[in-house]
Design a protein around this ligand. Structure first.
Ligand code: HDL
Ligand code: ZN
Length: 428
């Protein structure tokens, strides 16, 4: 007589066959050329691994590292983190998961054979292979029209791959106002440093123009821990440039971003808690974490109850408060275990907390991939942990007299991972 499968095994099997929508990545449509990063040298020089190799070899100066060719950086990272040391970190393990899924031998001191494999791939064929291996239906890009390289691609036009959806990123245009004024003016938007006159309507025109052009499904902005809404006497804050900008930022959010989100019926993604460039010498790896102000999130959700706020926070200590805020406001949709939280131990803790407080009304994960190949590992690792948490909840229900069927599991995974919450339209 066969032993009945455990709930964990059933969930793992169903989840493996359930394609996911990845609501936040830094990937690009393959038609956008070199903007889409892929292959072993990009995988190994991911900024997470840059930080780790400089910890392994602290005598290497930042300048010496950054002046190395990318292939030499990758060779160094492979030698130091994968050959001379055990690749225990999540970012290291991820590279191994990718190589294993591709059937490549990671027990090698040299990268030549692995590089030869990638050299033989075409980007379109490899996109198909990675999406299939990762079980990903579609990904959302992070699109920035003020990036001249990206803007040129949009302005030239290209045939879209329907698997790559767009999200308009607002950091470069709004976050550090008035630093973006010259760039917006150069694009023909009659904006002014002081947010006076036509500036706010011109910012709305910029947002509408580009949401239209890229078919943005949401707008996103990352915010410092100092973000406050409403501003509490910001003019009295003389000590921090970040605080000084908050008044402009809040005006831009309230009088430009939110009106456009309402008009277009799209969400606003708030990604709060980034302390930018605490170590500028590390480049993309130089950002750190700070505690977000939950009241700012709750106040926005209350004042704009008909706008969906997709919210992800960077501090572990904010995770419980975000669950409580989401219970208070149906238009707050917590999403992902972001960045420094995207590790098995924290994904487990956060997902259990969210399900216990919110049921299935959340988006448990996004990958944040910067390199295409990472979809394979970030989703393999997240499926394992999130599936385990869900199975434990199902076991609890069975013990409470409510067994869960395979159809229930399929329905639940669709609710959690097909991206439908992005399209919800809350009414007050
Ligand atoms: O601001 C963001 O979207 C972050 O995800 C940053 O890109 C960060 O550097 C990152 O890559 N996190 O994984
Ligand atoms: Zn990101």
């Amino acid at each position: 007589m066969s032993v009945p499968k455990s709930m964990h095994a059933i969930v793992a099997q169903v989840f493996a066959g359930t394609p996911v929508t990845d609501i936040h990545t830094h990937l690009f449509d393959p038609a956008m050329g070199s903007l889409l990063l892929w292959g072993i040298d990009e995988l190994l020089t991911y900024h997470y691994l840059v930080a780790e190799v400089l910890r392994a070899r602290p005598e290497i100066t930042y300048k010496a590292f950054w002046t190395m060719p990318k292939s030499a950086q990758a060779d160094l990272i492979w030698q130091e983190l994968f050959v001379k040391r055990t690749p225990v970190s999540e970012a290291c393990r991820g590279v191994l998961t990718v190589l294993q899924a591709l059937g490549l031998n990671a027990n090698t001191e040299r990268l030549s054979d692995i590089r030869a494999y990638f050299a033989a791939q075409t980007v379109h064929g490899y996109v198909d292979q990675v999406f299939k291996l990762a079980g990903v239906e579609c990904v959302y890009m992070t699109n920035d029209p003020l990036n001249p390289v990206e803007r040129a691609v949009w302005e030239k036009g290209f045939e879209r791959d329907p698997r790559f959806l767009a999200a308009l990123r607002l950091d470069s245009s709004l976050k550090d106002w008035p630093q973006s004024v010259a760039n917006l003016k150069a694009l023909g938007y009659a904006v002014d440093t002081s947010l006076s006159g036509r500036t706010l309507s011109e910012v709305r025109r910029y947002l509408n123009d580009w949401c239209q052009r890229i078919e943005a499904r949401y707008m996103a902005i990352s915010l410092a821990p100092t973000f406050r809404y409403p501003d509490m006497g910001v003019k009295t804050f003389q000590h921090s440039a970040e605080c000084w900008n908050v008044s402009s930022l809040t005006n831009l959010m309230v009088k430009a971003v939110i009106p456009v989100a309402r008009e277009r019926g799209i969400p606003v993604a708030l990604m709060i808690g980034v302390r930018k460039a605490v170590n500028p010498a590390l480049g993309d790896a130089g950002d750190s974490v700070g505690l977000a102000d939950m009241a700012a999130v709750e106040n926005l959700a209350r004042d704009f109850g008909d706008v969906t706020f997709l919210v992800t926070l960077l501090a572990r200590e904010n995770m419980h408060g975000l669950c409580v805020a989401a219970r208070k406001f149906k238009n707050i949709v917590p999403f992902g275990c972001w960045w420094f939280l995207n590790n098995p131990s924290l994904i487990r803790e956060i997902t259990a907390m969210r399900m216990e407080l919110l049921g299935l009304s959340l988006i448990p994960q996004h990958s944040d991939c910067r390199i295409l190949d990472q979809l394979v590992y970030k989703w393999a690792h997240s499926r394992a942990v999130i599936g385990d948490v869900l199975a434990s909840k199902y076991d609890d229900l069975a013990r409470a007299g409510r067994p869960v069927s395979e159809a229930d599991i399929r329905r639940d995974l669709a609710v959690l991972f097909d991206g439908r919450l992005i399209n919800q339209r809350p009414l007050v």
